[in-house]
Write a protein that binds this ligand. Structure first.
Ligand code: GDP
Length: 424
């Protein structure tokens, strides 16, 4: 790493409410565009006698990409003094939702764009639902095109009131509302004197204020046990606990706890395959450990440190699932859940609400999850497993569901619903 932190942000909003213009402005006003790009796009507009649009900057970058030169279109990059940003324009909702729900890529913050002049549209609501399902931590609403609403505080406050009330129903609490004009550049990179009544942050300041999630290394130690090997030498009866460190780190002499069995031991050695002897292992490393006491543990347990915040142990949890199975996910049928190294039979107990990723239509009454549905559901496993809610540690809060040897869904655990689960 170059020492700079990075944050993924997603931008959503009804078509024509100004997403591309906001992105174009962010790229231009942070000086992130390739040299001469802004001038060449302005020049080409002049030549073709059409008014310049900030959104054209994205088209221009896209053309370059078509020639294999620069940039991945769904994702644009810009920098502030504080960090690097990747802004994900989410036109392909299906892929985006799938990646987000299964944890393949995560956006930590969302910008919801609403046109001050047109007001809240059906899509503004759907996007609210989408952000809610994804569990994005930081949400800021940009009330755009304030120039068309006479920069009126009243219009802004009215929209803010209506949209806050709607978002509250779906458990989204925006960090802030910012009145902007992306076209004129008001309150994007600098505060506008056309809205002196607004005392909050600019869009850039707001982005820099979002707190990033912790790096995997900084999280509590998590080691899903993949396998237990015995030493082959007959005079050595030690066992190696093998797997990959999902988060945090551990070193020789640390006390460790296995969940859900609840057994304790101490790390005696770090067994490094083909490398120099080591005394420590950290997130991302595939490794093995020997323990100072001979305890019987099984693959599927989660090794943690008792001195750090503990994971949850449970068999009933609230989750978000992205379903891709050809057959729908139905209640009472048995599926297999894989979370870390744990494997367990699982049943769908309840569906609270669903979002069809194809058109973002929302329902509270579906009885099954169809292909491309995102569902907030309750799952029940046949036996307790150890995990973290995805908000605490994503690597150990992510699961897949298998039916008939095929992966049919993926998701994240939101909350443990099993009170006082007894250890195995
Ligand atoms: P998207 O579909 O959400 O990406 O919307 P665009 O960024 O392409 O913008 C749609 C139209 O709205 C374009 O003609 C923009 O010039 C216009 N627009 C965007 N932002 C503003 C704004 O702040 N004020 C005004 N008056 N027009 C804007």
């Amino acid at each position: 790493m170059n020492g700079r932190s990075q944050m993924n942000i997603v931008i959503v909003g009804h078509v024509d409410h100004g997403k591309s213009t906001v992105i174009g402005r962010l790229l231009a006003d942070t000086g992130t565009l390739p040299q001469g790009k802004l001038e060449s796009v302005r020049e080409s507009c002049r030549k073709n006698s059409k008014p310049f649009e900030y959104a054209f900057l994205l088209d221009a970058l896209k053309d370059e990409q078509a020639q294999g030169i620069t940039i991945d279109m769904a994702r644009c990059f810009f920098k502030t003094e504080k960090r690097d940003y990747i802004i994900i324009d989410a036109p392909g909702h299906i892929e985006f939702l799938k990646n987000m729900i299964t944890g393949a890529s995560r956006a930590e913050a969302a910008l919801l764009v609403i046109d001050a002049h047109e007001g809240i549209q059906e899509n503004s609501k759907r996007h609210g639902h989408m952000v809610s399902m994804l569990g994005v931590k930081h949400v800021t609403v940009l009330v755009n095109k304030m120039d068309l609403a006479g920069y009126s505080e009243e219009v802004f406050e009215q929209l803010k009131k209506e949209y806050t009330a709607f978002l509250a129903q779906i458990k989204v609490t925006p960090v802030s509302f910012i009145p902007v004009s992306a076209r004129e550049g008001d309150n994007i990179a600098s505060l506008s004197d056309r809205m002196e009544w607004y005392k909050g942050a600019t869009v850039l300041e707001q982005l820099d204020r979002f707190v990033s999630s912790k790096e995997l290394q900084e999280l509590p130690f998590r080691f899903p046990v993949q396998d237990i090997y015995k030493f082959t030498r007959s005079d050595d009866d030690r066992r190696i606990v093998a797997g990959s460190v999902a988060a945090g780190s551990v070193q020789v002499g640390d006390e460790v706890l296995f969940l859900p069995s609840g057994k304790h031991s101490v790390i005696q050695s770090v067994e490094s395959f083909n490398t120099l002897p080591k005394t420590k292992a950290s997130a991302g490393e595939a490794t093995g450990f020997t323990l100072s006491t001979q305890i019987y543990i099984r693959p599927g347990e989660l090794m943690v440190k008792p001195s750090e915040p503990q994971p949850e142990v449970g068999s009933r949890f609230r989750v978000n699932i992205f379903w891709v199975g050809r057959a729908p996910m139905i209640r009472q049928k048995e599926y297999k859940l894989k979370l870390g190294s744990a494997r367990a039979s699982v049943k769908l107990a309840e569906i609270s609400n669903t979002l069809d990723a194809s058109d973002l239509s929302y329902s509270r009454s579906k009885q099954q999850l169809d292909c491309r549905d995102v569902g907030e559901c309750i799952l029940e496993t046949a036996r307790p497993i150890a995990f973290d809610p995805a908000s605490a540690s994503e690597t150990t809060g992510r699961f897949v569901i298998v039916d008939n040897f095929e992966i049919c869904g993926g998701g994240i655990v939101l909350e443990n619903l099993s009170a006082g689960e007894t250890l195995l």
